[in-house]
Design a protein around this ligand. Structure first.
Ligand code: MRU
Length: 344
Protein backbone atom coordinates (compact mmCIF):
# COMPACT_ATOMS: atom_id res chain seq x y z
CA UNK A 1 0.00 0.00 0.00
CA UNK A 2 1.38 3.39 -0.97
CA UNK A 3 1.88 5.74 1.94
CA UNK A 4 -0.58 8.61 1.89
CA UNK A 5 0.98 12.02 1.39
CA UNK A 6 1.32 14.31 4.35
CA UNK A 7 -0.78 17.37 3.51
CA UNK A 8 2.12 19.83 3.52
CA UNK A 9 0.21 22.24 1.29
CA UNK A 10 -3.34 22.42 -0.09
CA UNK A 11 -6.71 24.12 0.26
CA UNK A 12 -8.58 24.62 3.52
CA UNK A 13 -11.84 22.60 3.59
CA UNK A 14 -13.91 25.67 2.61
CA UNK A 15 -11.35 26.64 -0.12
CA UNK A 16 -11.07 30.15 1.33
CA UNK A 17 -7.48 29.68 2.48
CA UNK A 18 -4.18 28.04 1.73
CA UNK A 19 -3.68 25.31 4.32
CA UNK A 20 -0.12 24.41 5.30
CA UNK A 21 1.56 22.17 7.82
CA UNK A 22 3.88 24.69 9.47
CA UNK A 23 7.29 23.02 9.13
CA UNK A 24 9.00 25.32 11.59
CA UNK A 25 7.40 23.32 14.40
CA UNK A 26 8.37 19.85 13.19
CA UNK A 27 9.18 17.32 14.50
CA UNK A 28 7.89 18.46 17.91
CA UNK A 29 4.41 19.59 16.87
CA UNK A 30 2.06 19.24 13.88
CA UNK A 31 0.72 22.77 13.51
CA UNK A 32 -1.75 23.38 10.66
CA UNK A 33 -2.28 26.98 9.54
CA UNK A 34 -4.72 28.62 7.15
CA UNK A 35 -3.34 31.60 5.23
CA UNK A 36 -5.58 34.12 3.48
CA UNK A 37 -3.47 37.17 2.72
CA UNK A 38 -0.45 37.84 0.54
CA UNK A 39 1.57 39.03 3.54
CA UNK A 40 0.86 35.79 5.39
CA UNK A 41 1.86 33.80 2.32
CA UNK A 42 5.10 35.73 1.81
CA UNK A 43 5.98 35.36 5.46
CA UNK A 44 5.30 31.59 5.37
CA UNK A 45 7.51 31.10 2.32
CA UNK A 46 10.26 33.40 3.58
CA UNK A 47 10.44 31.78 7.02
CA UNK A 48 10.25 28.23 5.58
CA UNK A 49 6.93 27.44 7.24
CA UNK A 50 6.25 26.05 3.78
CA UNK A 51 9.34 25.01 1.86
CA UNK A 52 10.77 22.72 -0.80
CA UNK A 53 10.64 23.85 -4.42
CA UNK A 54 7.42 22.12 -5.57
CA UNK A 55 5.54 22.95 -2.35
CA UNK A 56 6.53 26.60 -2.67
CA UNK A 57 5.12 26.64 -6.22
CA UNK A 58 1.83 25.07 -5.13
CA UNK A 59 1.58 27.37 -2.10
CA UNK A 60 2.18 30.41 -4.29
CA UNK A 61 -0.55 29.39 -6.74
CA UNK A 62 -3.22 28.58 -4.14
CA UNK A 63 -2.11 31.46 -1.93
CA UNK A 64 -2.32 33.94 -4.80
CA UNK A 65 -5.80 32.73 -5.78
CA UNK A 66 -7.21 33.02 -2.26
CA UNK A 67 -5.40 36.26 -1.40
CA UNK A 68 -6.54 38.05 -4.57
CA UNK A 69 -10.10 36.90 -3.86
CA UNK A 70 -9.99 38.11 -0.26
CA UNK A 71 -8.14 41.35 -0.94
CA UNK A 72 -10.30 42.36 -3.92
CA UNK A 73 -13.56 41.55 -2.09
CA UNK A 74 -14.34 39.08 -4.89
CA UNK A 75 -14.11 41.78 -7.59
CA UNK A 76 -12.28 40.47 -10.69
CA UNK A 77 -11.27 43.88 -12.00
CA UNK A 78 -9.74 44.85 -8.66
CA UNK A 79 -8.02 41.48 -8.44
CA UNK A 80 -6.48 42.06 -11.87
CA UNK A 81 -5.14 45.38 -10.65
CA UNK A 82 -3.48 43.66 -7.70
CA UNK A 83 -2.04 40.71 -9.64
CA UNK A 84 1.24 41.95 -11.10
CA UNK A 85 2.41 43.67 -7.91
CA UNK A 86 1.48 40.60 -5.84
CA UNK A 87 3.27 38.30 -8.30
CA UNK A 88 6.43 40.41 -8.18
CA UNK A 89 6.48 40.41 -4.37
CA UNK A 90 5.96 36.65 -4.29
CA UNK A 91 8.71 35.65 -6.73
CA UNK A 92 11.21 37.84 -4.92
CA UNK A 93 10.66 35.89 -1.69
CA UNK A 94 12.92 32.96 -2.62
CA UNK A 95 14.89 33.41 -5.84
CA UNK A 96 16.51 30.00 -6.37
CA UNK A 97 13.60 27.54 -6.61
CA UNK A 98 12.30 27.97 -10.15
CA UNK A 99 8.97 26.33 -9.27
CA UNK A 100 7.92 29.55 -7.56
CA UNK A 101 8.35 31.65 -10.71
CA UNK A 102 6.93 28.83 -12.85
CA UNK A 103 3.71 28.65 -10.82
CA UNK A 104 3.25 32.43 -10.58
CA UNK A 105 3.78 32.82 -14.33
CA UNK A 106 1.15 30.15 -14.98
CA UNK A 107 -1.29 32.13 -12.87
CA UNK A 108 -0.43 35.33 -14.75
CA UNK A 109 -0.92 33.66 -18.14
CA UNK A 110 -4.40 32.51 -17.11
CA UNK A 111 -5.25 36.06 -16.09
CA UNK A 112 -4.25 37.34 -19.53
CA UNK A 113 -7.14 35.60 -21.29
CA UNK A 114 -9.78 35.55 -18.54
CA UNK A 115 -12.48 38.22 -18.47
CA UNK A 116 -12.78 40.20 -15.25
CA UNK A 117 -15.92 38.32 -14.24
CA UNK A 118 -14.15 34.98 -14.78
CA UNK A 119 -10.75 35.92 -13.38
CA UNK A 120 -11.05 34.70 -9.80
CA UNK A 121 -12.61 31.30 -10.65
CA UNK A 122 -10.02 30.83 -13.42
CA UNK A 123 -7.17 31.51 -10.99
CA UNK A 124 -8.61 28.99 -8.55
CA UNK A 125 -8.90 26.37 -11.29
CA UNK A 126 -5.30 26.94 -12.37
CA UNK A 127 -4.04 26.72 -8.79
CA UNK A 128 -5.86 23.42 -8.35
CA UNK A 129 -4.38 22.15 -11.64
CA UNK A 130 -0.87 23.04 -10.40
CA UNK A 131 -1.51 21.21 -7.12
CA UNK A 132 -3.00 18.12 -8.78
CA UNK A 133 -0.18 17.98 -11.35
CA UNK A 134 2.38 18.12 -8.58
CA UNK A 135 0.75 15.12 -6.89
CA UNK A 136 0.77 13.23 -10.20
CA UNK A 137 4.38 14.16 -10.99
CA UNK A 138 5.51 12.88 -7.58
CA UNK A 139 3.70 9.59 -8.16
CA UNK A 140 5.31 9.24 -11.59
CA UNK A 141 8.78 9.95 -10.16
CA UNK A 142 8.14 7.24 -7.58
CA UNK A 143 7.17 4.69 -10.19
CA UNK A 144 10.13 5.49 -12.49
CA UNK A 145 12.42 5.42 -9.48
CA UNK A 146 11.59 1.81 -8.67
CA UNK A 147 14.20 0.84 -11.26
CA UNK A 148 17.03 2.33 -9.18
CA UNK A 149 15.88 1.29 -5.70
CA UNK A 150 16.14 -2.52 -5.43
CA UNK A 151 15.25 -4.59 -2.40
CA UNK A 152 17.84 -3.97 0.30
CA UNK A 153 19.01 -0.63 -1.13
CA UNK A 154 21.02 1.66 1.13
CA UNK A 155 20.23 5.25 0.19
CA UNK A 156 21.74 8.56 1.25
CA UNK A 157 19.72 11.76 0.87
CA UNK A 158 20.30 15.41 1.72
CA UNK A 159 17.80 18.03 2.96
CA UNK A 160 14.11 17.17 2.58
CA UNK A 161 12.70 16.37 -0.85
CA UNK A 162 9.82 14.33 0.48
CA UNK A 163 6.11 14.71 1.01
CA UNK A 164 6.78 17.78 3.13
CA UNK A 165 8.41 19.48 0.13
CA UNK A 166 5.57 18.84 -2.33
CA UNK A 167 1.80 18.41 -2.54
CA UNK A 168 2.32 14.67 -3.05
CA UNK A 169 4.76 11.98 -1.94
CA UNK A 170 7.89 13.98 -2.70
CA UNK A 171 10.62 13.75 -5.32
CA UNK A 172 13.82 12.20 -3.91
CA UNK A 173 11.76 10.27 -1.38
CA UNK A 174 9.04 9.22 -3.87
CA UNK A 175 10.98 6.14 -5.10
CA UNK A 176 11.57 5.17 -1.47
CA UNK A 177 7.85 5.33 -0.67
CA UNK A 178 7.09 3.38 -3.86
CA UNK A 179 9.73 0.73 -3.06
CA UNK A 180 8.54 0.48 0.54
CA UNK A 181 4.95 0.02 -0.68
CA UNK A 182 6.20 -2.94 -2.74
CA UNK A 183 7.69 -4.52 0.35
CA UNK A 184 11.32 -3.74 -0.46
CA UNK A 185 13.61 -3.38 2.53
CA UNK A 186 15.42 -0.04 2.66
CA UNK A 187 18.10 1.60 4.75
CA UNK A 188 17.97 5.37 4.44
CA UNK A 189 20.60 7.80 5.68
CA UNK A 190 19.40 11.38 6.04
CA UNK A 191 22.02 14.10 6.21
CA UNK A 192 21.21 16.43 9.08
CA UNK A 193 21.38 19.40 6.63
CA UNK A 194 22.78 22.38 8.44
CA UNK A 195 21.89 25.03 9.31
CA UNK A 196 18.10 24.53 9.37
CA UNK A 197 18.27 20.74 9.80
CA UNK A 198 15.64 19.79 7.20
CA UNK A 199 17.11 16.26 7.04
CA UNK A 200 17.04 15.65 10.78
CA UNK A 201 13.76 17.41 11.49
CA UNK A 202 11.73 16.66 8.35
CA UNK A 203 13.12 13.77 6.28
CA UNK A 204 13.64 11.61 9.34
CA UNK A 205 10.18 12.55 10.65
CA UNK A 206 8.27 11.66 7.52
CA UNK A 207 10.20 8.46 6.73
CA UNK A 208 9.93 7.18 10.31
CA UNK A 209 6.23 8.00 10.27
CA UNK A 210 5.91 5.85 7.13
CA UNK A 211 7.74 2.95 8.76
CA UNK A 212 10.90 3.32 6.67
CA UNK A 213 14.20 2.57 8.36
CA UNK A 214 16.04 5.91 8.60
CA UNK A 215 19.12 7.18 10.45
CA UNK A 216 20.36 10.76 10.69
CA UNK A 217 24.02 11.68 10.31
CA UNK A 218 25.78 15.01 10.69
CA UNK A 219 26.58 16.54 7.30
CA UNK A 220 30.29 16.15 7.94
CA UNK A 221 29.89 12.36 8.22
CA UNK A 222 28.49 11.82 4.72
CA UNK A 223 31.88 11.42 3.04
CA UNK A 224 32.94 8.82 5.62
CA UNK A 225 29.68 6.93 5.16
CA UNK A 226 30.30 6.81 1.41
CA UNK A 227 33.97 5.88 1.89
CA UNK A 228 32.99 2.94 4.07
CA UNK A 229 30.85 1.45 1.30
CA UNK A 230 27.63 1.80 3.29
CA UNK A 231 25.65 3.53 0.52
CA UNK A 232 24.43 2.06 -2.79
CA UNK A 233 23.02 5.26 -4.22
CA UNK A 234 22.42 8.92 -3.40
CA UNK A 235 19.12 10.60 -4.31
CA UNK A 236 18.53 14.32 -3.77
CA UNK A 237 15.93 16.81 -4.94
CA UNK A 238 16.50 20.01 -6.90
CA UNK A 239 15.47 23.64 -6.76
CA UNK A 240 16.43 24.30 -10.37
CA UNK A 241 17.90 22.22 -13.18
CA UNK A 242 19.43 24.37 -15.89
CA UNK A 243 19.43 23.73 -19.64
CA UNK A 244 22.82 22.00 -19.47
CA UNK A 245 21.81 19.81 -16.52
CA UNK A 246 23.51 21.64 -13.64
CA UNK A 247 21.52 21.35 -10.41
CA UNK A 248 20.82 23.86 -7.65
CA UNK A 249 19.84 22.18 -4.40
CA UNK A 250 20.27 22.65 -0.66
CA UNK A 251 23.69 23.78 0.47
CA UNK A 252 25.91 20.75 1.00
CA UNK A 253 24.55 18.79 -1.96
CA UNK A 254 27.64 19.56 -4.04
CA UNK A 255 29.94 18.13 -1.39
CA UNK A 256 27.87 14.94 -1.22
CA UNK A 257 28.04 14.64 -5.04
CA UNK A 258 31.82 15.07 -5.00
CA UNK A 259 32.25 12.42 -2.33
CA UNK A 260 29.88 10.06 -4.16
CA UNK A 261 31.92 10.48 -7.35
CA UNK A 262 35.19 9.73 -5.58
CA UNK A 263 33.76 6.59 -4.02
CA UNK A 264 31.95 5.37 -7.14
CA UNK A 265 28.43 5.74 -5.72
CA UNK A 266 25.77 6.82 -8.25
CA UNK A 267 24.30 10.25 -7.55
CA UNK A 268 20.71 10.82 -8.77
CA UNK A 269 18.65 14.00 -8.86
CA UNK A 270 14.86 13.58 -8.61
CA UNK A 271 12.65 16.44 -9.76
CA UNK A 272 9.38 17.16 -11.53
CA UNK A 273 9.50 18.89 -14.88
CA UNK A 274 8.43 22.13 -13.15
CA UNK A 275 11.97 22.29 -11.71
CA UNK A 276 13.64 22.22 -15.13
CA UNK A 277 14.53 25.71 -16.32
CA UNK A 278 15.46 25.70 -20.01
CA UNK A 279 15.77 29.51 -19.91
CA UNK A 280 18.84 29.37 -17.65
CA UNK A 281 21.87 28.05 -19.51
CA UNK A 282 24.16 26.81 -16.74
CA UNK A 283 24.49 26.66 -12.98
CA UNK A 284 26.62 29.80 -12.87
CA UNK A 285 23.56 31.77 -14.03
CA UNK A 286 21.43 30.69 -11.06
CA UNK A 287 20.71 33.29 -8.38
CA UNK A 288 21.62 31.69 -5.06
CA UNK A 289 19.59 32.82 -2.06
CA UNK A 290 21.66 33.92 0.91
CA UNK A 291 19.99 33.82 4.31
CA UNK A 292 20.40 35.61 7.62
CA UNK A 293 23.38 34.93 9.87
CA UNK A 294 20.96 34.16 12.74
CA UNK A 295 20.50 30.71 11.20
CA UNK A 296 24.09 29.83 12.13
CA UNK A 297 23.52 30.35 15.84
CA UNK A 298 25.60 32.59 18.04
CA UNK A 299 28.71 34.04 16.44
CA UNK A 300 31.39 36.18 18.10
CA UNK A 301 30.50 39.88 18.04
CA UNK A 302 31.36 41.49 14.73
CA UNK A 303 31.93 38.22 12.87
CA UNK A 304 29.83 38.04 9.71
CA UNK A 305 28.34 34.89 8.21
CA UNK A 306 28.39 33.49 4.68
CA UNK A 307 25.12 31.56 4.56
CA UNK A 308 24.05 30.47 1.06
CA UNK A 309 20.88 28.37 1.15
CA UNK A 310 21.81 26.42 -1.98
CA UNK A 311 24.77 25.26 -4.04
CA UNK A 312 25.21 24.08 -7.60
CA UNK A 313 26.20 20.54 -8.49
CA UNK A 314 27.69 20.36 -11.98
CA UNK A 315 26.00 17.93 -14.34
CA UNK A 316 29.18 15.89 -14.65
CA UNK A 317 28.56 14.53 -11.15
CA UNK A 318 24.98 13.44 -11.86
CA UNK A 319 24.38 9.81 -12.86
CA UNK A 320 20.76 10.39 -13.79
CA UNK A 321 17.75 12.72 -13.49
CA UNK A 322 14.70 11.01 -12.17
CA UNK A 323 11.78 13.00 -13.56
CA UNK A 324 8.06 12.41 -13.95
CA UNK A 325 8.83 11.71 -17.62
CA UNK A 326 11.30 8.97 -16.78
CA UNK A 327 14.95 8.48 -15.87
CA UNK A 328 17.18 10.69 -18.02
CA UNK A 329 20.73 9.40 -18.27
CA UNK A 330 23.83 11.01 -19.82
CA UNK A 331 24.27 13.10 -21.91
CA UNK A 332 22.26 15.72 -20.09
CA UNK A 333 21.43 18.38 -22.62
CA UNK A 334 17.95 19.73 -22.13
CA UNK A 335 16.49 21.19 -25.26
CA UNK A 336 15.66 24.87 -24.75
CA UNK A 337 12.76 24.23 -27.10
CA UNK A 338 9.50 25.43 -25.44
CA UNK A 339 8.14 21.88 -25.63
CA UNK A 340 10.77 21.07 -23.03
CA UNK A 341 11.74 17.90 -24.91
CA UNK A 342 14.98 16.22 -23.96
CA UNK A 343 17.55 15.50 -26.62
CA UNK A 344 20.82 13.61 -26.50
O1 MRU B 1 15.40 25.78 1.79
P1 MRU B 1 14.49 24.63 1.48
O2 MRU B 1 14.18 23.79 2.67
O3 MRU B 1 13.25 25.08 0.74
O4 MRU B 1 15.34 23.73 0.47
C1 MRU B 1 14.74 22.59 -0.08
C2 MRU B 1 15.64 21.82 -0.97
O5 MRU B 1 16.76 22.18 -1.22
C3 MRU B 1 15.02 20.62 -1.61
O6 MRU B 1 15.98 19.61 -1.79
C4 MRU B 1 14.47 21.01 -2.98
O7 MRU B 1 13.65 22.13 -2.87
C5 MRU B 1 13.70 19.91 -3.59
S1 MRU B 1 12.19 19.60 -2.75
C6 MRU B 1 11.35 18.40 -3.60
Amino acid sequence: MLVLPIPAVGWSPDSRALRILDQRHLPAEEVVRDLCTLSELIDAIGTLAVRGAPAIGVAAAIGLAVALDAESGGDGARARGLLSGSAARLVATRPTAVNLTWAVQRMQRVAEWARDTELLPALRREAEAIRAQDVAMCDAIGQHGLAIVPDGARVLTHCNAGALATAGIGTALAPLYAAHARGRALTVYADETRPLRQGARLTAWELARAGINVSVLPDGAAASLLAQGLVDLVIVGADRITANGDVANKIGTYGVALAAQVHGVPFYVAAPWSTVDPATATGTDIVIEHRHSDELGELPAGVPAWNPAFDVTPRTLVRGYLTDRGLVEPPFLIDPDPSGALRP
